[in-house]
Design a protein. Structure first.
Length: 109
């Protein structure tokens, strides 16, 4: 069994929840989102995040706007829509239930 593959699959499973959580307080551009995830030790690459941001936008959970940058090309800032905020609330409930169940099972023995 390849532990790295299993760990990567576990991270992918929570990535959508984490990205939405990053955006709950303020809009951010992709580099900021990636930095926040990396600082939390959730190792991801741009090639994983960009398609996920596009899918979340297409599903109506995110919106974006272009903003001029003083240090390069314009940046695309992502933010939560009202539907995205409701979806995040539901994911948070589900996460807490799942984490509680996993902790109950894994703390036995």
């Amino acid at each position: 069994m390849n532990i790295e593959n299993t760990k990567a699959q576990m991270r992918k499973g929570v990535l959508e929840f984490c990205i939405l959580s990053v955006l709950k307080e303020k809009d951010a551009y992709t580099s900021e989102i990636l930095d926040t995830l990396k600082n939390a030790k959730l190792l991801v690459v741009e090639g994983t995040v960009y398609p996920l941001l596009t899918r979340l936008k297409n599903d109506g959970y995110l919106t974006y706007r272009w903003e001029e940058s003083t240090s390069g090309p314009p940046r695309k800032y992502y933010g939560l829509t009202d539907i995205g905020r409701e979806f995040l609330k539901e994911l948070n409930i589900t996460w807490n239930e799942l984490a509680g169940a996993v902790n109950t099972i894994t703390s036995q023995n």
